[in-house]
Design a protein. Structure first.
Length: 401
């Protein structure tokens, strides 16, 4: 092993560092952590990644996550050594991210009045468990395996539990899933059962389920695989990395994401910060985050709709008191996140600070869409022959504005 990867607190005024084998998802002062790399990956790897599109029987080249393993080599292995890859890297036979790349969808472009040449959509539903979560779960379970975890734990509205259960089953690790009673996408939950996960119902919403799962991890030796786990973010970076690679590393003007717990916003931001710092991209695309109107925490705070202050990362000094007061206000008024798009029905985005950091780096924007707009987006993607989850319909509808 080389001494390259470590964990570092995201708060620049704290900056506590931990060895890569650390399993706490926060620093001891309660801030989120980043996986950091000391060495800059050489841009010569661009050609190696391209060549790996012809995987030649290597499942780690076939995988849309591990094809880029040098950019997320927190296991610090010899990435060309197939035995080392097999020993460390968790993969469902190279299926995670394998079919994911940007596509043109003419009917989708037409709906929002954009030229078909200017719009790409990247379906992430063709992952083995059926959602984008497989990207980050492959890496989180890799870390869990690296430190010898016996049980992984998550809260889920559906997608996370399917991905976690699948990789855990394949690795022979137990998986506990905390779900908000009655608020789950039924198909996704049945997958978790199928993979042999233990399902625990929690009275309340996703935010309550997450709290219980974190208590379980802390007190009963579980390993948390929700997106506050910094290793989830590493795998999820490969979503924008794949897009950029397909665009020959020419960054688009905008990258648009639905916003829930803000794991995607955070991971896209981290990928862009790293690629820019490493000299892999010359332009920084702007991130647009789309909340549901019924679960609009980030939009409310970012756009100054609460106490008239526009919440910003502010170079590492965000007004966290404002966030606390907003959450108190939600509790006091009995306001619960409410949208049919359960994947983004989240009132307290666990990655809000990393999300804000990403928005600041990319000069991003945040806005909202209605449930019916999301359904329109979802339907038109279907008319192009692609499957689309309701929350993802948000990205399309907002691209027109
Ligand atoms: Zn800290």
């Amino acid at each position: 092993m080389q001494d390259d990867a470590y964990l570092k607190c995201i708060d620049p005024n704290c900056g506590l560092e931990y060895p890569i084998t650390n399993t706490n998802v926060q620093c001891e002062k309660g801030h989120l952590l980043d996986v950091k790399y000391k060495n800059k990956p050489s841009t010569d790897l661009k050609e190696i990644f391209y060549k790996r599109r012809n995987p030649q029987g290597n499942i780690f080249n076939e995988s849309g996550v591990w094809r880029f393993r040098e950019l997320l080599n927190f296991c610090q292995i010899d990435t060309e050594n197939i035995e080392e890859c097999s020993k460390y890297l968790v993969s469902l036979d190279g299926a995670e991210g394998r079919l994911s790349k940007p596509y043109r969808m003419s009917k989708a472009a037409e709906l929002i009045g954009m030229s078909n040449d200017n719009l790409w959509l990247q379906p992430e539903g063709y992952n083995p468990s059926g959602s984008f979560k497989d990207n980050g779960m492959a890496t989180a379970v890799t870390h869990a395996k690296m430190i010898g975890a016996k049980k992984i734990v998550c809260a889920s509205t559906g997608n996370t539990s399917a991905a976690a259960g699948m990789f855990a089953a394949n690795e022979g690790i137990n998986c506990d899933v905390y779900i908000p009673a009655g608020q789950i996408a039924p198909g996704k939950l049945s997958q978790a059962y199928q993979y042999g996960s233990q399902i625990l119902e929690v009275d309340g919403n996703f935010d309550d389920a997450l709290k219980q799962s974190l208590d379980d991890a802390q007190n009963h030796g579980g390993y948390t695989v929700n997106s506050i786990n910094p290793f989830r973010i590493e795998g999820q970076k490969t979503i924008p990395i794949r897009a950029l690679e397909y665009l020959d590393w020419e960054a688009p003007d905008w990258i648009v994401y639905p916003g829930g717990a803000l794991g995607n916003t955070s991971s896209c931001g981290k990928a862009l910060m790293e690629l820019y710092d490493w000299g892999w991209i010359k332009k920084i695309p702007r991130i647009a985050v789309i909340n549901s109107e019924g679960a609009s925490t980030l939009s409310d705070l970012y756009n100054g709709k609460f106490e008239s202050e526009e919440l910003r990362w502010n170079k590492g000094k965000p007004n966290t008191e404002l966030i606390s007061r907003y959450y108190d206000h939600l509790d006091k008024e009995g306001l619960r996140p409410k949208t049919k798009a359960t994947a983004i029905q989240i009132g307290r985005p666990a990655n809000i600070l990393k999300g804000l950091r990403a928005l600041e780096f990319t000069n991003g924007v945040v806005t909202t869409v209605t449930d019916s707009e999301m359904l329109d987006g979802m339907s038109v993607v279907g008319l192009n022959g692609f499957d689309c989850e309701m929350a993802s319909g948000a990205s399309l509808l907002e691209s027109k504005n």
